[in-house]
Design a protein around this ligand. Structure first.
Ligand SMILES: CC(C)(COP(=O)(O)OP(=O)(O)OC[C@H]1O[C@@H](n2cnc3c(N)ncnc32)[C@H](O)[C@@H]1OP(=O)(O)O)[C@@H](O)C(=O)NCCC(=O)NCCS
Length: 169
């Protein structure tokens, strides 16, 4: 199976924040952002694998900045690492100033998707080749995030999480 670069999976969604997307403080509702990130991460996973991809885990989400009503929001998603049938996808969230067009990064999310065939059987995915310094950094850390997520979901014994344990040795 031919390996693919991270940028081949790049998927971008730009949309507005409308009143029905907001909380009582006129900021974007967290669940709305999660849903938008999930959709664009799914497209990135499907571009990488060439198969149907389903969310198996949301590994990390940081709502570090509110996204005000009326904002133009852009979410950029790329596969950060591929394993057997699973792929880690990183979503970076930006808002842009209406007048200057200057972009500010406001949030990020990290999702794991699994590639399936039409009968829901797992499918092996191509290896991911990271190219830029950021892609390489995310690729390296993805192994630790995978082990942590598997430990938290009860699918891996903590004592087998060698990448995480090595951080504390
Ligand atoms: C995704 C699904 C097919 C996985 O089935 P499963 O029998 O649990 O499969 P496995 O335990 O072998 O896991 C499959 C892969 O996902 C990875 N995985 C499973 N749980 C994970 C987790 N919590 N975090 C990170 N990776 C995880 C496994 O490591 C494995 O990766 P690999 O093939 O690259 O080694 C199954 O759980 C499913 O259908 N879930 C529902 C998906 C869905 O509908 N999502 C939308 C939510 S509404």
């Amino acid at each position: 199976m031919k390996s693919r670069t991270a940028k081949e999976s790049l998927s971008i969604a730009t949309d507005l924040v409308l009143p029905s997307d907001t909380n009582a403080l006129n900021g974007m509702f967290g669940g709305e952002l999660l849903s938008r990130m999930d959709r664009i991460c799914c497209i990135a996973a499907q571009r990488h694998s060439g198969h149907i991809a389903v969310t198996v885990s949301v590994n990390h989400v940081a709502f570090t900045n509110p996204v005000p009503l009326g904002s133009t929001v852009t979410i950029e998603a790329k596969v950060s690492r591929a394993f057997g049938s699973s792929m880690e996808i990183y979503a970076d969230v930006w808002i842009e100033d209406r007048l200057s067009g200057k972009r500010t990064k406001v949030n990020e999310g990290i999702y794991t998707f699994v590639a399936l065939d039409k009968d829901r059987n797992k499918v092996a995915v191509p290896e991911l080749i990271p190219e830029t310094p950021l892609e390489k950094q995310r690729y390296g850390a993805a192994l630790r995030r995978r082990q942590l997520s598997l430990v938290l979901s009860g699918k891996l014994e903590a004592k087998e999480a060698t990448e995480i344990r090595s951080l504390f040795d």
